[in-house]
Ligand binder design. Structure first.
Ligand SMILES: [Zn+2]
Length: 117
C-alpha cells in the first residue's frame, strides 16, 4: 500500500472510531440501571425499560468489541503491517480495507476464521 492509500485507510479508520465513540456514549446512557421511580420511566413499563436496557447492553458489548478491533488496526499504522493479512501476510485489497478499515484478514482468511468460530 502506498502512502496515499494508507492515508485513505487511516481517514476511514478515524471516521469509524468516532462513529463508535458516539454510539458507545449513547448506548452507555441507554444501558444505565433502570430507575424504580415510575415518574422517570413515564408510560414505559418497567419490563420494557429492562428490555431496552438489555438490548443497549448487548449493542454496547458489540461496539466495544469493534472498538477493540479499531484500536488494534490503529496500532498497526506506521509499523508497516497495516493492510496485510494477519494469517497469510498477503496484502488485503484496498476496497476491502476502505470498506472495513479494521480488517485483520484478507477475504479468503476471513471466511476461514468465521467458519472456525
Ligand atoms: Zn489472508
Amino acid at each position: 500500500m502506498d502512502s496515499e492509500q494508507l492515508q485513505y485507510c487511516q481517514t476511514a479508520l478515524t471516521a469509524l472510531k468516532q462513529e463508535l465513540e458516539l454510539e458507545i456514549a449513547d448506548l452507555e446512557l441507554s444501558a444505565r440501571p433502570v430507575q424504580l421511580d415510575q415518574q422517570a420511566v413515564g408510560r414505559v413499563s418497567r419490563g420494557d425499560a429492562l428490555q431496552q436496557q438489555n438490548m443497549a447492553l448487548a449493542n454496547l458489548e458489540q461496539c466495544r468489541i469493534r472498538m477493540h478491533e479499531v484500536l488494534h488496526a490503529e496500532s498497526k499504522f506506521g509499523v508497516t503491517e497495516y493492510g496485510y493479512c494477519e494469517a497469510c501476510d498477503e496484502v488485503i485489497s484496498l476496497p476491502r480495507m476502505l470498506a472495513r478499515p479494521d480488517s485483520r484478514y484478507c477475504l479468503g482468511c476471513q471466511s476461514v476464521v468465521e467458519e472456525a468460530d
